[in-house]
Design a protein around this ligand. Structure first.
Ligand code: ADP
Length: 414
């Protein structure tokens, strides 16, 4: 089954086409046919396209909206120019899997999209006004282009976290606000946490029930999850992706009184402060330079800029604090798993986060750590009681696999 995986943003989307089915899932032989990104939708869009491991091809095309962009992309893929021999017409696209950011309390697992599910995703727009409308647009575009007979599946960023108990998902605010507006912790990056938890137990030959780990997804967005017996019991992102760890441009945790204080002092509205905390804070806000960890680390090597150093130190300290908190919440864990652009590729950040965790039985093996760049590897010493792993995430693969499983009516294993 050729599954088109779509991750729709406001003026861009990422895509992959993955050939998979139940047999391929079992044998781990899914085949990534092509992938890429379309940016700048609404004007002269830039399309980055990569077939298997070929070099990236980049070209531009004027596209007015997501439907036009998807139409353009699919025409390109089926044409001889793309070199994709497996997809000769739209009939060779058998299903679509969508990353959907917010499933609220409605969706505890991936769901085949019909009118009821689409309405449910729309109902969650209130909770994710920046994200869910784009996901809806992506779904409608794919329906228009491929027809309603091609099955589409929604895979939610929130659904893995449905196991989190009330003591961890409720905020200590008047309870009627939870009942009235569904204000609670939902958590995000669920597909990534779920994927690396799955890989961890595959690497170690463990069952789901034996999986007691803390996963750290450190990318542009960052979140931690405490996973006990295979299911999350807590996670750092909240009702929105703003809470928790320090991120590229998001503040993560802060005293909620600061919001009103900034609003009064700077003459900003609530939504302007919200935007400041989401887009101008985090690594960017502290360093005053960039949200990009790689650039910050290069800068630290070249000049010892205090704010750059502080940005990195605050980032690592916050992550370490969450590891400690989750060890307490879970009564100990077997491993800490690093993933996301930073978690997968930066030995230095992993060392900083694990430093001083010997009390918990965690010691980083520096040789293993330095060599573990963009690949699955244990990075703790042989005698560590609390292990550490680097495991690259693959949300698209899990979305494609869920799409197949939902269509075939097979319950997903995690
Ligand atoms: P997204 O959350 O948008 O998917 P990624 O998971 O790709 O983003 O993570 C992007 C972050 O990963 C950026 O801060 C980038 O600088 C960082 N990153 C990527 N490679 C490295 C590296 N080798 N060293 C440090 N940081 C890195």
């Amino acid at each position: 089954m050729n599954v088109l995986v779509l991750n729709s943003g406001s003026s861009s989307f990422k895509f992959q086409i993955i050939a998979t089915d139940l047999e391929k899932i079992k044998r781990d032989t899914d085949d990534r046919i092509c992938r890429g990104e379309v940016e700048g939708i609404g004007g002269e869009a830039i399309i980055h396209f990569r077939r298997r491991d070929d070099a990236i091809q980049t070209f531009t095309a004027p596209v007015r909206d997501v439907t036009a962009a998807l139409d353009y992309l699919v025409r390109y893929i089926v044409s001889d120019r793309s070199g994709v021999t497996e997809i000769r017409s739209t009939a060779d696209l058998h299903a679509v899997g969508h990353r959907v950011v917010h499933g609220g309390e409605l969706f505890s697992e991936s769901a085949r999209i019909d009118d009821r599910v689409l309405k449910g995703i729309e109902d969650c727009i209130d909770l994710a006004p920046l994200h869910n409308p784009n996901n809806v647009k992506g779904i409608v575009a794919a329906q228009e282009l491929l027809g309603k007979d091609v099955p589409q599946v929604a895979v939610f960023d929130t659904s893995f976290h449905h196991s989190i108990p009330a003591q961890a998902y409720l905020y200590a605010i008047p309870y009627h606000l939870y009942r009235r507006y569904r204000i609670r912790r939902y958590g995000f990056h669920g597909t990534s946490h779920r994927y690396v938890a799955f890989r961890y137990r595959a690497i170690r030959g463990l069952s789901r029930e034996q999986t007691n780990i803390i996963t750290l997804h450190l990318g542009n967005g960052c979140s931690a999850a405490a996973i006990q017996a295979g299911s999350p019991v807590d996670t750092s992102m909240g009702m929105t992706p703003l809470e928790g760890l320090v991120m590229g441009t998001r503040s993560g945790d802060l005293d909620p009184a600061i919001v009103g204080f900034i609003a009064r002092k700077e003459g900003l509205s609530a939504s302007e402060v919200d935007s400041l905390l989401n887009t101008q804070s985090g690594l960017l806000g502290v360093s005053g330079l960039t949200n990009d960890m790689r650039e910050l680390q290069a800068e630290m090597k070249e000049h010892d800029d205090r704010r750059v150093r502080l940005a990195v130190e605050i980032f690592c300290y916050r992550a370490k604090k969450y590891v400690g908190a989750y060890l307490a919440a879970m009564g100990g864990a077997d491993a800490v798993v690093f993933t996301g652009g930073i978690g997968e590729n930066s030995p230095d950040i992993r060392t900083r986060i694990c430093e001083g965790m010997e009390w918990a039985g965690l010691r980083v093996d520096e040789k293993r750590n330095r060599e573990a760049i963009g690949r699955e590897s244990v990075i703790s010493t042989e005698d560590s009681k609390l292990l550490a792993y680097a495991i690259p995430t693959d949300e698209e693969l899990l979305i494609a696999r869920d799409t197949v499983r939902v269509i075939m009516g097979v319950p997903h294993p995690s």
